[in-house]
Design a protein. Structure first.
Length: 194
């Protein structure tokens, strides 16, 4: 995926970007999230913007008071996004981002985001989704395996090897992680030699 940078944003979007960064510095996360979502609707490949959006959502969620009966209504929205995924993966990414606004660590939403992003040709966004889940649950071996596969598919041997090394630390009996980690190390070694 050709990831877009801040410099590649149009003048108006760059203005919104600067306002969003300033809003985060002022801890006005709601406004920053709104601005960033608007930017990403127009430039979904702006990875830095999506990363900042996720940081703002996580910080906002951590700062919010916990409701006594905090019932998630995300399941229905996630199902709608899964149906949309088959027709229009880019639209599914937008739909999932609305869920992540309130629940940035929602595992199922992040997994659907990963699927939609990969289907849309944006594997870096898929990586971000899996990294977000691991940030909340760092020992989730299933997510680690999925992230390592995505790194493998995108040719990121260093990161793939790093994940397999973490996997074998978490679960030394994981034969797949040991074998795939050795394969990743061999690929990395071949790349270094050439």
């Amino acid at each position: 995926m050709p990831v877009k940078t801040e410099k590649e944003l149009g003048e108006q979007l760059r203005g919104h970007w600067l306002k969003a960064v300033a809003a985060i510095e002022l801890r006005n996360f709601g406004y920053a999230i709104s601005l960033l979502q608007g930017i990403l609707r127009q430039e979904p490949e702006f990875l830095t913007g999506r990363q900042l959006l996720r940081r703002a959502e996580v910080t906002k969620q951590k700062g919010a008071k916990k409701a006594l009966f905090n019932v998630s209504t995300a399941s229905l929205s996630i199902m709608k996004a899964q149906r949309e995924l088959k027709k229009d993966p880019k639209r599914a990414v937008e739909m999932i981002e609305k869920i992540l606004e309130d629940e940035p660590y929602n595992r199922q939403a992040n997994l659907v985001l990963k699927q939609a992003a990969v289907a849309a040709g944006w594997p870096e966004i898929g990586v971000l989704a899996l990294q977000t889940v691991l940030e909340d649950k760092p020992d989730d071996t299933k997510i680690m395996h999925e992230l390592a596969r995505l790194y493998h598919d995108t040719g990121q041997n260093e990161q793939e090897l790093e994940i397999y090394n973490k996997l074998t630390q978490v679960d030394p009996t994981d034969a797949d992680a040991v074998r795939l980690g050795k394969d990743a190390a061999a690929r990395r070694h071949r790349v270094i030699e050439t």
